[in-house]
Design a protein around this ligand. Structure first.
Ligand code: S3P
Length: 192
């Protein structure tokens, strides 16, 4: 992890929270965005590994997916409450209702990728949900999960950025542009 959830004054929020499916580039784009903003990055997967003292596939094997999701929800809540830099969430964090609720009001950016582009990036990785344990094949599992998660990303997201192509630095600049535009937009009730 490139930063840890350092306590910050209450009431401050992360500058951006990146969500998106496996392979969308949340960690690499998050690192580029953190560099650009000169802000620390917390990757919640890395924080989970640090707290559990085990890699994610091992947590799934030892404790099961639900235990992983519970730990993930706790880590996300802690990070959102304490970190003012960039946050990159694991791709499945939004499957937990408490995480979706905790994201309300945050500057959530969805890195959107096509299943084709995402699969090309993650094939052969050791992600536990892509194990071919039901005979359908890892690629089909990836495509099914991609389709099933889409509505969840949309439900928590303020901004969508097409991350199918483009390097991490270019995507980071795009995110800064959409976040800046947000701040420039007059809020309801402000003088016109
Ligand atoms: C998961 C995505 C992974 C990791 C875990 C579960 C998911 O993170 O949190 O393997 O359910 O989509 P990445 O999105 O960083 O691959």
């Amino acid at each position: 992890m490139t930063g840890s959830a350092t306590p910050e004054p209450a009431g401050r929020r992360p500058v951006a929270v990146l969500v998106g499916f496996m392979g969308a580039g949340k960690s690499t784009v998050g690192a580029a965005l953190a560099r650009l903003l000169d802000a620390p990055l917390v990757d919640t997967d890395a924080e989970i590994v640090r707290r559990a003292g085990r890699p994610i596939p091992q947590i799934f094997v030892d404790d099961g997916e639900q235990a992983f999701r519970d730990l993930e929800a706790q880590v996300v809540a802690d990070v959102l409450a304490t970190h003012t830099g960039v946050v990159a969430l694991g791709g499945g964090a939004v499957t937990t209702a408490a995480v979706r609720e905790a994201l309300a009001g945050h500057a959530v950016v969805h890195l959107d990728i096509t299943p084709e582009a995402g699969w090309a990036r993650v094939r052969g990785s050791d992600r536990p949900l892509l194990r071919d344990d039901d005979g359908r094949g890892a690629e089909q599992r990836y495509r099914d999960l991609h389709a099933a998660r889409r509505a969840l990303y949309r439900s928590v997201t303020v901004h969508h950025v097409d991350a199918t192509s483009g390097d991490a630095d270019r995507l980071a600049r795009r995110i800064v542009a959409v976040l800046d535009a947000d701040h420039l937009e007059p809020t309801a009730g402000s003088p016109s």
